[in-house]
Design a protein around this ligand. Structure first.
Ligand code: SAT
Ligand code: MN
Length: 649
């Protein structure tokens, strides 16, 4: 329940009025302190957090402030409120599931409006050569950022509640975890953050007991158009002025104007990746856009691997894979983000900093991801999927609705199969608790993390790129990560299927200069006594001359894991050398029972790769220019040399 309430505030856009409002609010906060002796009373918050809340109450002028305790009761009140405002509807076909329809103008991450704000531009982004446009993130000065914040945030929460969400990225008892506090005026965001992160009073207790009460500050408002006219009252937003700002020097995130996904669930991309990568660099570890899975072979040997694919390229499917190879078992640790570091024994260990899955709905079905289908029909918030007349959901790829059941598309309009427009938005999502996954790994929330033996990079590459290949060594592995490309996806505002560079699947998520990031990855090899994991590149999406996929994917990808485990276990005669890395020998790759063109899947066409190497070299030299590490320059030269002397038969 709110700590204090100042009634229905008017929209007050001027700073002066805001200050007056603040004075009134503050008096009430003081008096509520005497009445409420609970941990969630604003006045009893740890000093630094209280300061953060008060400062932003002063700016945003909410009509009341509610510190979230993460309880079921609190969640129920918020759900009721969201149903009342028309933001979500209940889905009676399932248990405790809801559907939200966003504004049509707020459906994906907005990379063009996402900025890293630092004193020096070069700390934040790579500085491209000449007049080339930077492709790896945007920079804004701290002064510009403050001006933009002032223009947008003053009075933006008038008439609304400001929720204070204390959350932990990673298990609360893990030394790898970090705390954040998000202020937001969206109840939908509170409910979603509660699924995606660990929210609640335990976090406040930890902040209270920690000496420095350190937390990442995250301020979010769905905003209010400058005209004052909110187009869709059930989903307020301000798409014209949306801005997502990060200040790594202050561990601060400020997001305005959008309520969707990574724009508004600030623990995810903003904290765990952008700010996280800058903290990781400072502290000597890695914050990456990767799934984590455990794989057990028929002999009972278990290994964990991480895999980086760009958004909407099948990370969730792989993390929940049901292996087709007999005797294999896959267990899921995480589907999107990893924080990993070498422990005192030199073993790379990883945690999943998240608590839920924010997965792409379309394409998820009993055949592509049966495990996800067993996970998501309880305690889930769906956004922008279609709705069925029997109180369920529907999306492209899902089994057709039963006869007599009608469908409303993601906009709420009647929809019939075969329509020219999709039923679900291509970036529609399920937001679901991770521990509901039937194959969640028993160590998924272990404070010490899980040991990692292999790192996979991958993307959607229709041409030229083998199903799997292995890096010669760590430096070559870092170069492979830097060279990643993939077809554009619906997760951001890009259109079409152009092949885009997406180094480490981090292009939209770097918190600092990509050249420095490469150096940081390379520097892992300089740590004393570390056991560097093997590095791979995988591509499930190669197409033949007729444009058909050459590889069935999904559960059959366990055959690739099988080969990787053989390599990790140092089995002899498992690899042959090509200019781009090791590919499997025919006898070491289990294709039994599959009708696939082995030679075609693993071929390394000289012409394609000569072009590819040139293009990647141009990209890296042009984009990273003076910050391109010498080791990467050497890798480019080595690849070109190997290709020049490559004899194909
Ligand atoms: O950034 S989101 O969390 O909206 C999804 C993604 O791009 O992976
Ligand atoms: Mn992602």
């Amino acid at each position: 329940m709110p700590d204090f309430d100042v009634g229905d505030a008017q929209y007050v856009p001027l700073p002066r009025d805001c200050l007056r409002q603040y004075q009134r609010n503050f008096v009430r906060m003081q008096s509520s302190a005497n009445e409420t002796k609970k941990l969630t009373a604003v006045s009893l918050l740890p000093a630094k957090l209280r300061e953060f809340v008060e400062e932003n109450v002063r700016i945003c002028c909410p009509s009341n402030v509610q510190v979230c305790d993460g309880s079921d009761a609190e969640n129920q009140l918020l759900v009721n409120k969201l149903i009342e405002s028309g933001t979500i509807v209940s889905l009676p076909k399932y248990k405790n599931c809801f559907l939200a329809r966003s504004s049509v103008k707020d459906v994906a991450r907005v990379e063009s409006r996402t900025f890293i704000c630092t004193r020096n531009r070069r700390d934040a982004v790579n500085v491209p050569r000449g007049s080339a446009l930077g492709q790896m993130g945007n920079w804004m000065s701290l002064e510009q950022a403050d001006k933009a914040i002032e223009e947008r945030f003053v009075g933006c929460m008038a008439g609304r509640t400001m929720y204070v969400i204390p959350f932990s990225m990673g298990p609360l008892n893990s030394p790898y975890s970090k705390i954040g506090v998000q202020l937001t005026d969206s109840a939908y965001v509170v409910c979603s953050m509660r699924i995606m992160t660990r929210v609640g009073t335990e976090v406040l207790e930890k902040l209270n007991s920690d000496q420095d009460s350190y937390f990442v500050k995250a301020l979010h408002s769905v905003g209010r158009p400058a005209s004052g006219q909110v187009e869709h009252p059930h989903w307020p937003c301000d798409p014209e002025r949306t801005l997502i700002l990060h200040k790594p020097e202050f561990d601060e995130i400020v997001s305005y104007g959008s309520g969707y996904g990574g724009n508004s669930l600030l623990g995810k991309k903003c904290f765990a990746l952008r700010i996280g990568s800058t903290i990781a660099r400072r502290e000597g570890w890695l914050a990456e856009h990767m799934l984590i899975l455990g794989v057990t072979d028929p002999k009972g040997r278990k290994r964990y691997v991480v895999a980086a694919f760009p958004s909407a390229c099948g990370k969730t499917n792989m993390a929940m894979m049901r292996p087709s190879l007999p005797g294999y078992k896959v267990e899921c640790v995480g589907d999107d983000i990893v924080w990993m570091r070498f422990d005192q024994h030199g073993q790379l260990r990883a945690i999943n900093p998240e608590f839920g899955f924010f997965g792409v709905a379309p394409g998820t079905s009993g055949s592509t991801n049966p495990v996800a289908m067993e996970t998501i029909f309880e305690n889930t918030i769906f956004t922008n999927v279609a709705q069925t007349s029997d109180g369920g959901v529907y999306w492209e790829g899902m089994e057709d609705p039963a006869p007599g059941v009608t469908v409303k598309d993601w906009l709420g309009e009647p929809w019939v199969p075969g329509s020219s427009t999709p039923a679900a938005h291509p970036n529609s999502r399920f937001c679901t608790p991770a521990d509901q996954c039937p194959i969640i790994d028993e160590h998924w929330a272990s404070p010490e993390g899980v040991p990692i033996d292999a790192i996979l990079f991958g993307g959607r590459r229709p041409q030229g790129v083998p199903l799997v290949y292995e890096a010669f060594d760590w430096k070559h592995g870092v170069f492979i990560g830097a060279s990643m490309k993939s077809e554009a996806t619906a997760a951001a505002e890009h259109k079409g299927k152009a092949i885009m560079h997406d180094p480490f699947a981090m292009r939209p998520f770097f918190g600092y200069n990509f050249g420095h990031y490469l150096q940081h990855w390379l520097s892992m090899a300089n740590k004393a006594n570390v056991k560097l994991p093997k590095v791979y590149h995988v591509n499930w999406f190669r197409k033949d001359k007729e444009g058909k996929f050459m590889w069935p994917g999904y559960g059959e990808n366990s055959r690739v894991l099988d080969w990787i485990l053989r390599r990790v276990n140092d089995e002899p005669n498992t690899a042959q050398v090509t200019p781009i890395g090791y590919v499997p020998t025919k006898e070491s790759f289990n294709a039994t029972g599959l009708n696939v063109d082995f030679d075609g899947l693993f071929s390394v066409p000289k012409e394609f790769w000569t072009e590819e190497a040139k293009e990647v070299a141009n990209f890296l030299y042009e984009q990273v220019d003076q910050d391109l590490p010498q080791d990467i320059q050497d890798q480019i030269k080595n690849l070109i040399d190997r290709l020049n002397s490559y004899q194909t038969n």
